[in-house]
Design a protein around this ligand. Structure first.
Ligand SMILES: Nc1ncnc2c1ncn2[C@@H]1O[C@H](COP(=O)(O)OP(=O)(O)OP(=O)(O)O)[C@@H](O)[C@H]1O
Ligand SMILES: N[C@@H](CCO)C(=O)O
Length: 365
């Protein structure tokens, strides 16, 4: 059996829209999680290939799912994001289907469409899956190229693939490459992958289309996530953003995003500076309509709360990310009080920390 494990992630950290990504893992798993075998904040695939019997499954791939949102994940290999992406990798290498007979058991511990990088993790898991079952021996840097053809904002996939706190950028692609129909863009989900029925070999991604850098992270800083019980589709949360920004807003974000990685690497952390450096004018103001209470949280949760360093929307939301050193319960309660005053919802909260190393593969015979 092959196990593929990919962490969750929080993108942007306020001003670093489409740049910063923080791979996250649980500090402690609850008894319920241990009993159910679902690791919190982690996506796991258990993959077996049985050569003894011929597969009757479509594309030789049988999918089963457990964990968060399992009932909503499709079992069709050309539609499920993970296997679609794996098929993309296989077809770039001239293989039309999975090896017969491949079983993929998805154990999902990342809440779907909450701003914790479930689609980024699924894309990374898909590329790693394609690489493993195809035996292509791709490096992580080459796998990043595949991920970036699928999810065009690099923050979540770079964090999920490499782990830790990362910044990343993309090279501008030739429009011919981005327009290719067989690329299973997650932002146009749930459309099935196009161009797959031809049986033709799919063109490999250009080499080196993105770069990343891992920043240092001060271990005493933890990531408190408050996860409201509703979904925000990332594609919709990108549609509410303007196509152009004023010079003033661009400068506002540049000033903060340039300083934030340095501030988060220093011990003891400077709460006043971090709080200011996590402010943003590129996406959060436009996403307030999708996350009732967001503006009040951003205005009220200041470093006067003991232990709190700064607060922002996690990825495209609706999860709220608070960076803090202690006093987690009181900070979570203050955020939940605002969210539940704004609308009648339930929230869960958890304290996470950076997941070093990112996606990994365990091979057991
Ligand atoms: N484990 C998984 N298996 C298959 N598909 C998945 C899996 N996880 C996520 N997806 C797909 O990705 C979709 C969620 O993507 P979306 O970009 O809306 O949210 P997110 O990635 O959780 O949030 P954000 O990008 O803000 O962090 C799901 O509806 C599903 O189609
Ligand atoms: N940078 C992306 C992350 C989505 O997870 C966004 O905010 O739309």
């Amino acid at each position: 059996m092959i196990k593929i494990k990919v962490p969750s992630s929080s993108a942007n950290l306020g001003p670093g829209f489409d740049v910063f990504g923080l791979a996250l893992k649980s500090i402690h798993s609850t008894a319920a999680q241990q009993a159910s075998n679902v690791s919190s904040a982690l996506l796991e695939l258990q993959v077996t290939i049985s050569t003894s019997n011929q597969s009757s499954a479509p594309l030789n791939c049988e999918i089963t799912c457990a964990g968060l949102g399992a009932e909503s994940l499709t079992r069709a290999p050309d539609a499920n994001l993970i296997t679609r992406v794996a098929l993309y990798v296989l077809r770039c290498h001239g293989q039309h289907a999975f090896p017969s007979h491949t079983k993929v058991h998805i154990i999902n511990g990342i809440p779907l469409s909450r701003g914790l990088g479930s689609s980024g993790a699924a894309v990374v898991a898909g590329v790693v899956l394609g690489n493993e079952v195809g035996g292509f021996g791709l490096s992580k840097d080459r796998m990043l190229d595949y991920c970036l053809m699928v999810e065009r904002h690099p923050d979540n996939v770079a964090a999920a693939l490499y782990g830790g706190f990362v910044g990343s950028f993309l090279r501008t692609l030739d429009p011919k490459d981005t327009a290719r129909k067989e690329i299973p863009l997650s932002e146009v989900l749930p459309e099935p992958a196009g161009g797959f029925d031809t049986g033709l070999r799919v063109k490999e991604p250009p080499v080196g289309i993105g770069s990343y850098h891992e920043f240092r992270w001060t271990p005493e800083i933890k990531a408190l996530v408050v996860i409201p019980d509703f979904k925000v589709d990332t594609a919709k949360a990108r549609d509410v953003l303007p196509l152009k920004y004023s010079r003033e807003d661009a400068i506002f974000n540049n000033q903060r995003s340039s300083l934030l990685p340095v501030l988060l690497s220093e011990s003891p952390p400077n709460a006043a500076k971090i709080s200011e450096a996590m402010r943003d004018r590129m996406h959060q103001p436009y996403r307030q309509s999708l996350v009732p209470g967001l503006s009040e949280i951003l205005d009220n949760l200041r470093p006067s709360h003991p232990g709190l360093l700064g607060v922002c929307l996690s990825g495209a939301g609706p999860t709220i990310l608070a960076l803090a050193t202690h006093n987690f319960e009181a900070i979570a309660e203050a955020i939940i009080a605002i969210l539940t005053k704004a609308q009648d919802i339930q929230c869960q909260w958890q304290v996470l920390e950076p997941a070093k190393g990112g996606a990994m593969v365990e091979r057991n015979n």
